[in-house]
Write a new protein. Sequence first.
Length: 219
Amino acid sequence: MQSTGNVIAGNFIGTNASGTGALANGFEGVGIISKEDAYSWGLMGPIARAGGSDYDVRRYFPYQGYENYEFNVPTATEGDVYARYRVRVAEMRESVKICKQAIQRITPIGAWACDDRRVVPPPKDQVYSEMEALIQHFLIYSQGFTVPAGEAYVPVEGARGEHGCYVVSDGTNRPWRVKMRPPSLMAIQALPSVVKGGLIADVVAVIGSTDVVMGDCDR
């Protein structure tokens, strides 16, 4: 893990690419997205942070214990392809830092899942040996479980920005509505404006730096 982390953190990505003048000259001033434009398009994550935003879901709305980890939120101000590249490289370094902290906190043994049998399937050894466990196993996988009627939106900080899930429940075991907020769908709408007036070759760099994935847009 340490050797892999070192490769990611600096041996290749930072040293061999970031310091080359050709890379900077080709990407600086290309595909500029300011913080204000990012907000107007609903763009978050590395795209907005490359334009000066400090918004990170893990900082503003901590979840799964992120408030207990030490990490920085990399930002830039130029908003161009090169700034987005630098932010993403810095974020990989911060991810390695978080992973190392998490590994140090993991105990060799212990509970790893909730023990509420209403929502978590029983252990396999019980499924194969106890009739009650077998029935519960099939009930969870065939019918699921009911939740109170209402609605909820939960965002997480993904590699491309804020990835959210909006769920509406009518009190049954099936959601009445589920809507995903894929960051790629937000980013693709900005592409025509960002590449306008630039070179055709710049389109590839802009798409790569905004990291649009069509499968993400479909959601």
